[in-house]
Design a protein around this ligand. Structure first.
Ligand code: NIG
Ligand code: FE
Length: 412
C-alpha cells in the first residue's frame, strides 16, 4: 500500500513553511526545512525534510530552494465590482468636506449606484477584471466581493452575477456577499422600511434560489440602516442560511457589532468606534473583527480601532482592502498589511494572520483555507524572501515567486 507521501501528486521540498497553523508554536507556525505534499488540490502532509525518504517518492518534486511557502492571501472584504469613479470626491474631501456630508448631498455611494446601474453585467465584469487581477498578481487566492451599488432587484443580481463570473476567468476563489442594504436607494428615500422589506421578501429569496451569495452584509450607520432594520435583515439572512457580515462602528457606535455577535456573524468590519462590551461579545461568539486600514487612511480618520483590547481578548483580527471607489480605491492587500502595522500597530505576523487564517474565518472558510495543514486547500505562495516579516514591511518590491492555486502552479 502506498504511504501518504507516495499518494501525493506533487511535493514541494526544501521549503521554509510559514504554516500560520495555530497548533504550531510561534507567530508564523514555522516549519524550517520542510516538505509539503499535495493530492487532489489539497494538502496531504507536511514534514521536516529529514523525515522524508526521497528515493521512495513517485510524485513530481518541486524544489523550493529554501524559499518561504505561505498560505495564499485572502481579501475578505471588497466592493470591487462597480461603475464610474469618484476622484472629484477625493478632491472635495481634500478641501475639507467629510465623507458623511458628501453622502448626504447625494454623492458617495449613491453616485456609484447611478454609474453602476447604467452598465451591463458584461461591462461591470470588464471594469472589475483589472482590479481583481491586481490582487491576484500580488498573491491573493480568495476574494470576497459585495454587491451594494445596484440597490434594486435587477441591479443587485447583475452585480452578483458579474462578481461570480470573474471566478471563471482568473485562478482565484470568489465568494459573494449580498449588500443590498448599503444605502437607501433614491426611489425609497422616505420609506426605507419598504426597501428593507423588498430585500427580505423578494431579493433575498431570488439570490438564494440562484445560489448567488454566501453571505449578507448591512451598512449599519446613521447615514444608512438603523439597528432595528439591520436586525430584520439579519433575521431574514439567518432564515435563508446565509452567513452574516456587517459594516459596523465605522463612523459612530451604533451597536451593530453586538447585534452581529448575537447572530453569530462571521465578521464585523471597520470598527473604529467599537466599545469594550462589544469586544467581549465578539470573543464569545467567535466573530472576526475585520480591520480596514485603507478606508481609515483614505478618509483621514483619527480614531483608531481598539486594537490593544481586541488583542487582549484574543478576538481574531482580519485585514482587508475594502476595495471600493469612494473610501478605499486601493487594490493592494500587501499595502493593507503594511498599513495594519504602521497605522494600527499590528505585528507583521498578526498582519499575515489577518490576510490568511483570520480572513478565512471571516468568510466562514476557517476549515478550508488560510493555513498550511493537512486537509486544507493547497492555495500557497512561494516567496523568494529571507523572512516572512518582509511581507508586511515592504510594498511593491517583490511579487510571489510562484503562485499555487488548488495545487496547480499558475502563471499570472
Ligand atoms: O466599506 N462604509 C460603507 N461602504 C464602503 C464605502 C463605499 C463607498 O464609499 O462607495 C466602505 O467603506
Ligand atoms: Fe466596505
Amino acid at each position: 500500500m502506498l504511504n501518504i507521501w507516495q499518494q501525493c501528486e506533487r511535493i514541494w521540498i526544501n521549503a521554509r513553511l510559514a504554516t500560520m497553523d495555530p497548533q504550531i508554536p510561534g507567530p508564523y507556525g514555522i516549519l524550517e526545512q520542510g516538505a509539503i505534499g499535495i493530492r487532489k488540490g489539497r494538502i496531504q502532509a507536511l514534514t521536516p525534510m529529514a523525515q522524508l525518504d526521497l528515493d521512495a517518492l513517485p510524485a513530481q518534486l518541486s524544489d523550493a530552494q529554501g524559499g518561504w511557502l505561505t498560505p495564499g492571501l485572502i481579501d475578505s472584504h471588497t466592493h470591487l465590482v462597480y461603475g464610474g469613479q469618484r476622484s472629484a470626491e477625493f478632491t472635495q474631501r481634500l478641501a475639507g468636506e467629510s465623507y458623511a456630508e458628501i453622502a448626504r448631498a447625494g454623492g458617495g455611494i449613491l453616485a456609484t449606484v447611478a454609474a453602476t446601474r447604467a452598465l451591463s453585467q458584461q461591462q461591470l465584469t470588464d471594469l472589475a477584471r483589472p482590479r481583481l487581477a491586481a490582487l491576484v498578481a500580488e498573491g491573493v487566492t480568495t476574494v470576497e466581493i459585495k454587491s451594494g451599488y445596484g440597490l434594486s432587484i435587477a441591479d443587485e443580481l447583475k452585480m452578483l452575477r458579474a462578481a461570480r463570473s470573474l471566478g471563471d476567468e482568473l485562478p482565484v476563489r470568489i465568494r459573494t456577499t449580498l449588500l443590498a442594504a448599503h444605502a437607501i436607494p433614491p426611489e425609497y428615500r422616505s420609506e426605507s422600511d419598504a426597501y428593507v422589506a423588498l430585500i427580505c421578501d423578494e431579493l433575498l429569496p431570488q439570490v438564494v434560489a440562484e445560489g448567488l451569495a454566501e453571505a449578507m452584509d448591512v451598512f449599519c450607520e446613521e447615514i444608512a440602516f438603523s439597528p432595528a432594520q439591520t436586525e430584520r435583515l439579519l433575521e431574514a439572512a439567518k432564515m435563508h442560511g446565509l452567513g452574516i457580515k456587517l459594516h459596523a462602528e465605522q463612523l459612530s457606535n451604533s451597536g451593530a457589532s453586538l447585534l452581529g455577535a448575537s447572530y453569530g456573524a462571521w465578521s464585523v468590519d471597520h470598527l473604529e468606534h467599537l466599545d469594550a462590551a462589544a469586544i467581549a461579545a465578539l470573543k464569545q461568539a467567535g466573530t472576526v473583527a475585520t480591520l480596514l486600514p485603507g478606508a481609515f487612511y483614505f478618509l483621514h480618520e483619527t480614531r483608531l480601532p481598539p486594537i490593544e483590547r481586541l488583542r487582549e481578548q484574543q478576538v481574531q483580527m482580519a485585514l482587508a482592502t475594502d476595495l471600493n471607489p469612494g473610501s478605499s480605491p486601493l487594490a493592494s492587500l500587501r499595502l493593507m498589511m503594511n498599513m495594519g502595522c504602521v497605522l494600527f500597530g499590528l505585528s507583521p505576523a498578526e498582519a499575515l494572520a489577518g490576510v490568511t487564517r483570520h480572513a478565512a474565518c471571516a468568510l466562514g472558510l476557517g476549515d478550508q483555507i488560510g493555513i498550511l495543514a493537512p486537509g486544507y486547500r493547497a492555495d500557497m505562495l512561494l516567496w523568494d524572501i529571507d523572512h516572512p516579516d518582509q511581507l508586511a514591511a515592504e510594498v511593491g518590491t517583490f511579487a510571489p515567486h510562484q503562485r499555487i492555486f488548488g495545487g496547480e502552479i499558475c502563471h499570472v
